[in-house]
Design a protein around this ligand. Structure first.
Ligand SMILES: [Zn+2]
Ligand SMILES: [Zn+2]
Length: 154
């Protein structure tokens, strides 16, 4: 993580402005591709002096100086968490994974499984379906590699 901060002494405390750059690791919610991208977070927060008499009502969310020390961790954590994308994507239009075989469609845009039936064979396919009858399609045998497994007889 890289920090580029400017500290400014003001009346109530120290005003911190700057940016934090952090490398984020995640995975694409669609294709599970690992994502690693730097995220830059703009920070601006006032750290009030420890002894300043800020009302208790305002205590929530107030950053305090711990003596002369700035505890930047909560500030950074909040800033970075807020900057995280809710659903990270490797790219905005990620096509995701093939529901058949899990191949990453972004790598293989033309990927598909159902071979369109060659028009020359379409008539024949219709004949086969007719002769077998629509009620028992598993008996055709040629269901392809993903077809139902033939029943095992013992
Ligand atoms: Zn993706
Ligand atoms: Zn596939």
């Amino acid at each position: 993580m890289e920090l580029s901060l400017r500290l400014e002494a003001v009346m109530e405390g120290v005003l911190v402005t700057g940016t934090a750059t952090a490398g984020l690791e995640g995975e694409c919610v669609r294709c599970l591709e690992p994502i690693s991208e730097p995220t830059e977070v703009a920070l601006q927060e006032l750290f009030v002096y420890d002894d300043s008499d800020i009302e208790d009502d305002d205590e929530e969310g107030v950053f305090r100086l711990d003596g002369d020390l700035l505890d930047l961790e909560p500030l950074l954590r909040d800033g970075i968490v807020l900057s995280l994308p809710f659903q990270p994507l490797c790219r905005d239009d990620c096509p995701g994974l093939c529901i058949e075989c899990g191949a990453r469609l972004a790598d293989d845009p033309g990927h598909q499984h159902e071979e369109p039936i060659d028009p020359r064979w379409a008539g024949l396919a219709a004949l086969v379906e007719e002769s077998d009858g629509p009620s028992d399609r598993s008996a055709t045998g040629e269901a392809g590699p993903r077809g139902p497994e033939p029943k095992r007889s013992e």
